[in-house]
Ligand binder design. Structure first.
Ligand SMILES: [Zn+2]
Length: 482
């Protein structure tokens, strides 16, 4: 009696690329014997050496798993459909059980996927069954979540606790002008639901931490790292490696982006590449250094592409490769990444077997900050104090250590600009005998400038707390903020 056997994508190379083949037999066992006689290459994929069906291969008759019927003795009738479902197909465990069916609207919606042989009905069902966690609903998280939603990924989790600021809109296309002031999660959920009501959006309104990361990640098939700081990046990496979840990584800076896939079974992790973070302050954040608004669109789209490939189990992912994109030269470069056997997390003798304190690991431990700050705290000056001094006619010399582009946006009248990076060459332009107030955007760079000047023998240097942002908020609201 001929029955139709559905062949999953990974096994089609052994069935002359056919997705459905016919075989004869009265039971599942007989049908599979006939199948593996016709297509001998299939045998080793379905059966172990002892002749038993491999444990990661599930067989369905119609919609039913034969493990819950009569196993290989399950009778089959003429015209019935037998499906082979390898539990590891896709490499993500996303399809451990029967795949969800698509409704008529979904079939129409995903028709351009369904006619791609590399996706097809089974691939689209894998996407529907998949659960992807986006860390952050910002620049990278926006295109990632939107394209994954449009592509039909069934469950999209988002971790974020921020609210939408008008300065986000230049790149974070999940959010619109009317969303300013709303939570990013609420805004993102609305956008994704509008794109595709079939998607289940899971909002995680928390700050990711060592205490909650493992519980949060568990159950997801792929994690997409869209974070903008080192403690969270190492936390995401380590949690993914510990749980065996692949991590579609991306990062952006000014006009450059990076992408890779970490944490796959045999591939390297972020720590294989960078075992330790740079010292705090060496690498400025996008908030300090700026970022081309389109850049996260490109890098995030690469992350979304890798996520879909991981779910489908098709193509060659960026695991073991590190992609570097330079928007100015419009050039991609690719580095080979190797899994480091001495990697502290994914190596052969890992030393990190549980999540650690990543703030401390990255040198930004809160416990260290107050001690360092208190020594200089008496040298701080508030914006209101500075305003009072100016009004009283005892104006100090105001040294602005921001970049010229920032100085064009707003400034304290009469301040002198020497960017922090030029200070070591130019500090002799300053008079060591006058009182200097160093000032930047928020007070971090100017604190470094004040420390540097004191090291050069300046005795009367103060740091403006809160920088130009505090000045605009509390003293001069007529100027724009950035
Ligand atoms: Zn590693």
């Amino acid at each position: 009696m001929p029955v139709s056997i559905h062949i999953p994508t990974p096994l089609r190379p052994f069935t002359e690329k056919l997705d459905v083949v016919q075989a004869d037999g009265a039971t599942v066992g007989e049908v599979l014997t006939d199948l593996t006689t016709r297509y001998a290459g299939l045998k080793q994929h379905l059966y172990a050496a002892d002749g038993r069906l491999r444990s990661f291969v599930n067989i369905y008759v119609g919609d039913d798993d034969i493990r819950y019927l009569q196993k290989e003795q399950t009778p089959v009738k003429d015209g019935q459909t037998v499906s082979i479902i390898p539990s590891v197909a896709g490499g993500t465990g996303a399809v451990a059980t029967a795949l969800p069916a698509l409704g008529p609207d979904e079939v129409r919606r995903y028709s351009r996927h369904l006619i791609l042989s590399e996706v097809g009905m089974e691939g689209q069902q894998k996407l529907k069954a998949a659960k992807v966690l986006c860390i952050g609903a910002g620049g990278l998280g926006s295109p990632v979540a939107m394209y994954l939603a449009a592509a039909g990924v069934g469950t999209i989790g988002i971790v974020d606790f921020d609210t939408v600021d008008v300065s986000n809109l230049q790149r974070q296309i999940l959010h619109g002008t009317s969303d300013v002031g709303r939570s990013k999660l609420a805004s993102a959920t609305d956008t994704l639901k509008e794109l595709n009501p079939h998607v289940n959006v899971v909002a995680h309104d928390v700050a990711l931490s060592s205490a909650n990361a493992l519980d949060l990640f568990r159950g997801y098939d792929v994690v997409v790292d869209g974070t903008d700081n080192f403690p969270t990046r190492y936390l995401v990496n380590d949690a993914c490696v510990l749980l065996g979840i692949p991590n579609a990584y991306g990062s952006i800076f000014r006009f450059e982006g990076q992408a890779s896939v970490f944490g796959t079974k045999d591939g390297p992790c972020y720590r294989c590449l960078y075992p330790e973070p740079p010292p705090p302050g060496l690498v400025p954040s996008c908030a300090e250094a700026g970022v081309l608004g389109i850049l996260p669109g490109l890098i995030g789209t690469i992350q979304a592409t890798e996520t879909v490939k991981l779910i489908l189990g098709v193509g060659q992912t960026l695991a073991g490769r590190f992609l570097i994109y330079d928007a100015m030269r419009m050039r991609f470069r690719e580095l080979t990444l190797r899994k480091d056997p001495d990697c502290p997390v994914c190596g052969t003798h890992p030393t990190v077997t549980a999540l650690i304190d990543y703030e401390q690991f990255c040198g930004v431990a809160p416990s260290q900050a107050p001690a360092a700050a208190s020594a200089d705290a008496m040298n701080d000056i508030s914006v209101l104090e500075l305003k009072a001094r100016i009004d009283a006619g005892t104006r100090p010399f105001i040294l602005d250590v921001r970049e010229p582009t920032e100085y064009q946006i707003n400034r304290i009248e009469g301040s002198v600009l020497i960017p922090l990076g030029e200070l070591p060459q130019r500090f002799r332009e300053l008079d060591p005998n006058v009182e200097i107030v160093a000032q930047c955007k928020g007070g971090v760079r100017s604190a470094k400038a004040a420390t540097f000047l004191r090291q050069q023998g300046f005795t009367n240097v103060r740091n403006l707390t809160g920088g130009i942002i505090a000045w605009v908020e509390q003293v001069d609201p007529s100027q724009p903020k950035y």
